[in-house]
Structures are given as structure tokens and as C-alpha cells.
Design a protein around this ligand. Structure first.
Ligand code: FES
Length: 339
């Protein structure tokens, strides 16, 4: 075997692959239509601009739909709002993505370059070469010559963040008053009603061991029923008064019937799994467990405080009514620091 000629093909034996090949060099692809014909390049340029325009139109539609088609409270309006916003967002991102790909494939240089490995810090000559290569690349891409394309691309990219920032800021709106999260729509005399029918509950409806998911009877009259429901939902449990070790707020229950907020004090999931034998309420999100027989204290899991208790009584007709709002904010423990 001879090794003195680097381009020599060395055979390891009949039928085996050679150990060394001639360097085939860098493959240069065939010129594309746009490389040879200025008209074809112009056509591709228009196509790229059109794709960027799709993104621009998408952003305009998104902004329009955000204001003109609010989700509202009804499933139909929510569906329409989501569909239009989703389609607009698709156009925004698809327009930018396909425009960049089409631009790269039809108008940017498709020459192949070889970059040798080198120490991490290049010498000054290489660094200057890199800058030169960047400048050559920029010139090669035609970005400075194609002003319309540059403008359309930059406009599309500049407008795109609106589709993210607008909902973030818009959902908070002008209302930065967080104190409303401390209160729910429970008032003195508000009847407790079954969720979702809104039928008021009589104390006599509940047998020992039963449980009910509860909303305020007048929930549908609220300005934003879903927002109010998210804060006001309650879990009503009737147990044998002899099993009741303690209440969160003594005297807030009625004849073994206790009402606790359904919003987990960890991060706010609905606490809705009740174990009748142990009187434990389980949050399905991170398994916080509350003992309803003992003031809804936390017996397991990451929640740090008991569930707030709703004070209840019975009105003249035998219906369960609230004696007022919760005496502490419902929901995640975070609010405890603000009280
Ligand atoms: S939200 Fe209930 S345990 Fe985390």
C-alpha cells in the first residue's frame, strides 16, 4: 500500500470499499431560473412580497377581530372570535414563514461554501474576512437593492408582535383594580342554587352524606356571569353534625350543612372530589386534600391554607341562603398576603 499520494484510491481487497477518495470539491447547484432571468427574479420577488402582504393583512384582521368580535359570554360568540383570531394568526405566521422560505429558495444565493474548522477565536484576518463575507452575503441577497421587499418584510415582522402583545394587555384593559378579586357576588340573603340549573336549594333537599355544586341564584343577572361564577362557586356538604369536628368559621354552617369555596387555595383548580367516608375533599390538580369535617384544613398536598367558608342560614321558606360574602379572599394563597 502506498500513502504518498493523497488523491490515490487505496483498495483494501477485492470487493471492499476504497479507504480514500478524491476530494469531490464543493458541489455547486445548477443556476435557478431567477439567477438567469431577471424577469423570473422579479416574479419571485412579487410572490415573496405577496406572502408578506398576507401576513400584514392577517395582523390587520387580527386587530380588527380583537375589537369587533369580543368573545362575550355565549359559546357562539366565543367560537366565532376564536376562529377568526386563529385564522388571522395562521395567516400572520404562515405568511412570514413561507415568504422567508420562498425568498431564500428563489432569490438568495444558493452557492455552497466551505468553512474550515479553526480555533475559537479567529485571527484578525479571518474576522475581517467574516465581516466581509457578511457584507458580501447581504449584497448577494439583494436586500439593499430590493427596497419594496425589505419594507414588506420589516413591516410584517414589526406588526407580528401585536398579535401577542394586544391580547396580553387588552385582557387586563384599563381595569387594574385587583381588589375586586377579594370579593364574590355572595350577599346576605342570596339563595344557594344548584350548578348549573340555578334551582334554589332547601336544607331539607340534602340528606346526610350528600354534596352539591352551588352557585348564587342570581348569577345569570351578573354583568359577567362566567367571571363571577369563577369566584363564587361553592361546594355544599351535609354531614352528621356529630362528625363535624370544627368549622373554619364557627357558626357559619347550618345543622351539619357546610359550604366551602370550590376554588383550591393552591393555584385555583376546582376542588370537586369528595370522599364521603373520610370527609376529604381532593383537588385533582396537585392532590391537595382538605378535611371538610375539620374546617377544610389541608391534610395533604401543596395548598397552604384551608378553603374559605361561606356563612349560611335558612330563610323563612326553608331555602339555604348566604349570610354574607366570604370573610376572606377565595382562591390561591397569594391573596392572603394582600388582606
Ligand atoms: S390547584 Fe389544587 S392542589 Fe394545586
Amino acid at each position: 500500500m502506498s500513502h504518498d499520494n493523497s488523491t490515490e484510491i487505496v483498495q483494501r481487497g477485492a470487493g471492499e470499499h476504497p479507504e480514500r477518495f478524491d476530494d469531490p470539491g464543493v458541489h455547486q447547484p445548477n443556476p435557478r431560473l431567477g439567477d438567469l432571468d431577471e424577469k423570473a427574479a422579479k416574479k419571485a420577488e412579487r410572490q415573496v412580497a405577496a406572502l408578506f402582504t398576507v401576513s400584514i393583512v392577517g395582523t390587520i384582521v387580527f386587530v380588527w377581530a380583537y375589537f369587533a368580535l369580543p368573545p362575550g359570554e355565549k359559546p357562539e360568540s366565543m367560537r366565532l372570535s376564536n376562529i377568526v383570531l386563529g385564522l388571522a394568526l395562521t395567516c400572520i405566521l404562515l405568511g412570514i414563514g413561507t415568504a422567508i422560505i420562498h425568498w431564500a429558495k428563489t432569490l438568495m444565493s444558493n452557492k455552497e461554501y466551505v468553512e474550515e474548522r479553526h480555533p475559537q477565536r479567529s485571527d484578525d484576518e479571518t474576522r475581517a474576512g467574516a465581516i466581509q463575507a457578511l457584507q458580501d452575503g447581504a449584497a448577494d441577497s439583494g436586500i439593499s437593492r430590493r427596497g419594496a421587499l425589505k419594507g414588506a418584510g420589516l413591516t410584517a415582522l414589526a406588526l407580528f408582535p401585536l398579535s401577542i402583545v394586544l391580547p396580553l394587555i387588552g385582557n387586563v384593559g384599563e381595569d387594574w383594580n385587583v381588589s375586586k378579586f377579594k370579593h364574590t357576588m355572595w350577599r346576605k340573603g342570596t339563595r344557594l342554587a344548584y350548578d348549573p340549573t340555578g334551582r334554589p336549594i332547601k336544607a331539607s333537599d340534602l340528606t346526610i352524606g350528600s354534596i352539591a355544586h352551588v352557585i348564587p341564584e342570581d348569577l345569570h343577572e351578573a354583568e359577567s356571569p362566567l367571571d363571577e361564577k369563577a369566584k363564587a362557586v361553592v361546594l355544599l356538604v351535609r354531614m352528621d353534625p356529630r362528625d363535624l369536628k370544627s368549622e373554619r368559621e364557627p357558626g357559619f354552617g347550618f345543622d351539619g350543612i357546610v359550604a366551602y369555596s370550590k376554588i383550591c387555595t393552591h393555584v385555583g383548580c376546582p376542588v370537586a372530589l369528595y370522599e364521603q367516608q373520610t370527609h376529604h375533599l381532593l383537588c385533582p390538580c396537585h392532590q391537595s386534600t382538605f378535611d371538610v369535617a375539620d374546617g377544610a384544613k389541608v391534610v395533604f398536598g401543596p395548598a397552604k391554607r384551608p378553603l374559605p367558608q361561606l356563612p349560611i342560614e335558612v330563610d323563612a321558606e326553608g331555602y339555604l341562603v348566604a349570610r354574607g360574602d366570604f370573610v376572606e379572599p377565595v382562591g390561591p394563597t397569594f391573596w392572603e398576603r394582600l388582606t
